[in-house]
Design a protein around this ligand. Structure first.
Ligand SMILES: C[S@@+](CC[C@H](N)C(=O)[O-])C[C@H]1O[C@@H](n2cnc3c(N)ncnc32)[C@H](O)[C@@H]1O
Length: 221
C-alpha cells in the first residue's frame, strides 16, 4: 500500500526561502517568537543552525529546551523540509525556521561573520566510495566558512558512525586554525552524556556501530 504524501501545511508555515532569509534577515524572521515569560528576548539574536536535519526530531528538541534561541534547520531534501514544516505547524514551537538549501549555500549566503552560537552536523552521508568523497559535507572550505561565522567560543558539533569518514572529519577539523577541540586530548568521543539522539543515531546504535562525536570551539581572536 502506498501512503499519500500530504501537501498542505495544517497551520503556521515555518519555512523560509533563501531569498526571503537574505532579504529580511533572521532578526526580522524570528521577531516575536523568542520571547518567553522566563527569558524575554533582549540583546543580540542567539542563532543555532542544524545542517541536514533529516527527520527533524533533534532540531525540535534543541528548540524546545532553548525557547529564547533562534534555530535554523537547513536540508537539501524538499520532502524532509515539507514533512518537518507539517510537523511544526501542529506543534507549539515557534523558534525554528526551515530552509530548503544545501548547507554550503546556507552558510555562504545566510549567515554573517560572528553570528552563530552553534552549528550541528549529525550523521551526514559518508559517501564511502573514493570517487564520491568530494560529495561529503564535511570539507575544509565549509569548515573554514563555519569557523568564520561562529561567535567567539561558539561550537561546531559533528557526529558520524562511519569509521573512514570519521578519520576524514577529524583531519579536517584539526586542520582548521580558528577552531579548538574541546575533547582534547581525545580526538573524538564515542559517547556524549545528555546529548539528544538523532533518528539515524538510534538506528546505528541498534546495529552496534561505533559512534564518533566532535565539539570544536571557535577560538577567541
Ligand atoms: C544520513 S541523514 C542524517 C539525518 C539526521 N541528521 C540524523 O542524524 O538523523 C543525512 C541528511 O543530510 C541531508 N543532506 C545531505 N547533503 C546535504 C547538504 N549538502 N546540505 C544539507 N543537507 C544535506 C540529507 O538529505 C539527509 O536528510
Amino acid at each position: 500500500m502506498t501512503r499519500r504524501f500530504k501537501l498542505d501545511i495544517p497551520g503556521r508555515d515555518h519555512r523560509v526561502t533563501l531569498e526571503e532569509a537574505k532579504a529580511k534577515g533572521w532578526e526580522a524572521l524570528f521577531a516575536g517568537d523568542l520571547d518567553t515569560p522566563e527569558a524575554p528576548h533582549a540583546g543580540p539574536l542567539r542563532l543555532v543552525l542544524e545542517i541536514g536535519f533529516g527527520r527533524g526530531e533533534f532540531l525540535i528538541e534543541l528548540a524546545r529546551v532553548a525557547p529564547g534561541v533562534a534555530h535554523v534547520g537547513v536540508e537539501i531534501s524538499w520532502k524532509r523540509v515539507h514533512k518537518q514544516a507539517r510537523r511544526l505547524a501542529k506543534d507549539a514551537i515557534h523558534n525554528i525556521r526551515l530552509v530548503h538549501a544545501t548547507g554550503e549555500q546556507a552558510i555562504a549566503e545566510l549567515f554573517g561573520p560572528d553570528s552563530l552560537e552553534a552549528v550541528w552536523i549529525n550523521f551526514s552521508d559518508p559517501w564511502p566510495k573514493k570517487r564520491h568523497h568530494r560529495r561529503r559535507l564535511v570539507q575544509a572550505p565549509l569548515v573554514a566558512a563555519i569557523a568564520e561565522r561562529l561567535v567567539a567560543d561558539g561550537l561546531l558539533h559533528v557526529a558520524t558512525d562511519d569509521v573512514a569518514y570519521a578519520e576524514h572529519i577529524d583531519a579536517v577539523l584539526a586542520a582548521e586554525p580558528r577552531l579548538a577541540n574541546t575533547f582534547a586530548p581525545e580526538r573524538w568521543r564515542s559517547e556524549v552524556p545528555g546529548r539528544v539522539q538523532t533518528a539515524y543515531e538510534r538506528e546505528w546504535r541498534a546495529l552496534g556501530r561505533p559512534l564518533h562525536f566532535w565539539a570544536y570551539r571557535r577560538r577567541r581572536a
